[in-house]
Design a protein around this ligand. Sequence first.
Ligand code: PEP
Length: 250
Amino acid sequence: MQRTPIIAGNWKMHKTTEEAREFAHAVRSLTPKENMDTVICAPFTSLDALVQELEGYPIAVGAQNMHWEESGAYTGEISPGMLTSLGVQYVIIGHSERREYFAETDETVNRKAKAAFAHGLTPIVCVGENVEQREGGKTKEWVREQVLRAVEGLSSEQAKQLVIAYEPIWAIGTGKSSSAEDAQDVIAFIRSTVEDGFDAQVAAQVRIQYGGSVKPDNIGTYMEQPDIDGALVGGASLTPESFLKLLEGA
Ligand code: PEP
């Protein structure tokens, strides 16, 4: 099964709208790589500007979170329809920073994944263990539960379009990336978990990224692995130079 690799930048809480526009201008020189999806997941305030500046260029725009409801009394929240009305195509769901600081749970991740598909957004669902779980040999048990809870109630057609990002928490923003072999081992296990939840066809199509201190000089080692279909990249996606180098290295 040939899966299209997907490289997504996660800007987290960085860049004003003006800075986002400058970034977009700088990366518009990008020559599209054949058969690769590229996404920038930006703060809500920059989404509109990025969609406008990148129109016609091979870089899609994603959000970093959303609410699952269409509208209502949810002060400070953003709905799926608000994102699609801007031209946003992807949304990160369940990033470990949202799970840790903003009370995201497996249940809200599942609601958001369903809402994303209901609105034609592609969810990038993040899973991953912390350092205690890793050292206690609990990585697979933990990640399996996160994956199965996230996909509960999705149809096979939706699950095939899902992007899962395996992001060990101890590797995010620390410079301590997982070895490509370890990441491959967990990601192959995630694929087999998807097979248990659906079937072999869905498992063969779902795209699974690695995330955690990916840089231009190590991205190639992940991309060589048979089950790793791309990367979710924080720090190294923040400057146009580094972002373009990531894409070259992928
Ligand atoms: C992330 O933000 O999802 C991430 C993986 O960050 P970094 O690449 O900086 O480790």
